[in-house]
Ligand binder design. Structure first.
Ligand SMILES: Cc1cc2nc3c(=O)[nH]c(=O)nc-3n(C[C@H](O)[C@H](O)[C@H](O)COP(=O)(O)OP(=O)(O)OC[C@H]3O[C@@H](n4cnc5c(N)ncnc54)[C@H](O)[C@@H]3O)c2cc1C
Length: 404
């Protein structure tokens, strides 16, 4: 693991910090303002940094991407929008798209002129994604899509969706899946927002009834959808790993301040030895997370693939976040449950771009999500057990489903 920054990295970090000081908006009030901020980041060269230059990227190294994300977290900068477009759809098109698809779609993802969602999960196909049933039927010059997706983040504001659909029901389930770019703004696509425990509705159900996908919006060859989904899901992995730690560290500092200020039984909570021990444990965990992030980043810099090792980082940070937020609730008491009228000293100064923010209550409820999306904790444990520790594979009888 390389713990040192090069001289160029240090200079680059200073440039990013200076740019953020001059350009960062104080507050984002609506989607238009978030799109405008997104565009400013793009124009400064800080979005889609790893993409090829001819399609609007910078061809930047993983470390440069990590530095930008880290400086944004340090400054508490608002998150850009179109995160699935930039993080998953764009890279998928870069790797597997035709030249025409790259020219048509990539730049508009980076400018947020076209918003994207990811149409993978279905009511009975989450961890066992290969069981998906949405069908795309070949009609000569186009496909007709029928079926239902669920947990579609950003579905309500998306113009386009990256779709996995079954094109051949007669072959093994992984082999009959294909990948498409689907226009969300057409009569056959019905998007219904789902209200979440946090109170916001980033998720949607998407119903497709004779929705149309043009032939030139097929990605890769027919039946290659499973492989495409696998190779591109982790394309920009690692870029945010350090930034996540910086965000946790800022939240930790805010929690420490609250523990000094708040009293229990007439004394500051921080005087309590058990609470101090718990805070110490969280800080130690956070340092472990930091080294985990640097390990992934070092591998990416060397052009290596973290492979199943990515499951270690994912499992570790998402379970850590839950422990951290549980302790925050314990320390903050009623202040940790307020969603409105929170006094300034008990607000959480972190922008997440996923609905409401600024409250510990929201962060606590949201902390469950990391242990579910992009492969649940149990799935990550299966991957670690089988591919890293060499344990026996899950037997069919044990199996709830296949794995993402
Ligand atoms: C915040 C968030 C955003 C999301 N955004 C999107 C999106 O934009 N697009 C999209 O397509 N999907 C999205 N998802 C869906 C996500 O991919 C699925 O929720 C996830 O894959 C789990 O699938 P599931 O919900 O069907 O749960 P299931 O797969 O039904 O799992 C239920 C439980 O069974 C366990 N389990 C399942 N299989 C096994 C096994 N083999 N061994 C041991 N335990 C097992 C799981 O760990 C879990 O505890 C999002 C989810 C979240 C939380």
């Amino acid at each position: 693991m390389d713990l040192n920054y090069t001289a160029e990295d240090v200079i680059f970090r200073k440039q990013v910090r200076a740019w953020l000081e001059q350009n960062m908006p104080r507050q984002i009030r609506n989607l238009d303002e978030r799109k405008a901020w997104h565009r400013r980041l793009y124009e400064a060269g800080y979005l889609g940094m790893g993409w090829p230059k001819e399609y609007g990227g910078q061809g930047a190294r993983p470390m440069e991407q990590a530095i930008v994300a880290d400086e944004m977290a340090r400054a508490g900068a608002p998150a850009p929008t179109n995160s699935l477009g930039v993080g998953i759809v764009g890279p998928t098109i870069v790797v597997h798209g035709t030249d025409a698809q790259k020219r048509r779609y990539l730049r508009k993802i980076l400018t947020a002129e076209e918003m994207w969602c990811q149409l993978y999960s279905e009511p009975n196909a989450g961890s066992d994604l290969a069981a998906l049933r949405t069908a795309a039927e070949d009609k000569g010059d186009h496909f007709l899509v029928n079926g239902q997706k669920i947990w579609t983040s950003g579905g309500a504001i998306a113009d386009w969706g990256l779709l996995l659909a079954r094109t051949d029901p007669s072959v093994a389930k992984h082999k009959g899946i294909s990948c498409f770019l689907m226009n969300m703004r057409q009569p056959g696509v019905d998007v219904r927002p789902l209200k979440q425990i946090t109170g916001s509705s980033e998720f949607c159900e998407v119903f497709m009834t004779n929705a149309r996908v043009e032939k030139d919006n097929q990605i890769g060859r027919l039946g290659e959808g499973w492989g495409i989904a696998q190779t591109t899901l982790g394309y920009e992995r690692g870029g945010r790993a350090l930034a996540r730690i910086t965000t946790y560290a800022s939240q930790y500092k805010q929690l420490m301040d609250a523990a000094r200020r708040l009293k229990r039984n007439g004394r500051p909570i921080l005087d309590d030895a058990v609470t101090r021990q718990k805070l110490g444990r969280i800080w130690t965990d956070l340092e472990v997370e930091r080294y985990g992030a640097l390990r992934v980043l070092t591998m990416l810099e060397r052009g290596e693939h973290p492979g199943a090792g990515g499951s270690l980082t994912k499992l570790s940070y998402s379970e850590f976040e839950k422990r951290f937020m549980e302790l925050a609730e314990e320390i903050l008491g009623p202040y940790g449950q307020l969603t409105d009228g929170v006094p300034a000293e008990y607000r959480l100064e972190v922008d997440t771009a996923v609905g409401d923010h600024g409250t510990w209550a929201y962060a606590f409820l949201w902390s469950r999500a990391g242990t579910i999306y992009a492969g649940s904790s149990e799935i990550q444990k299966n991957v670690i057990g089988e591919r890293i520790l060499g344990l026996p594979k899950e037997s069919r009888a044990d199996r709830v489903g296949g794995t993402r």
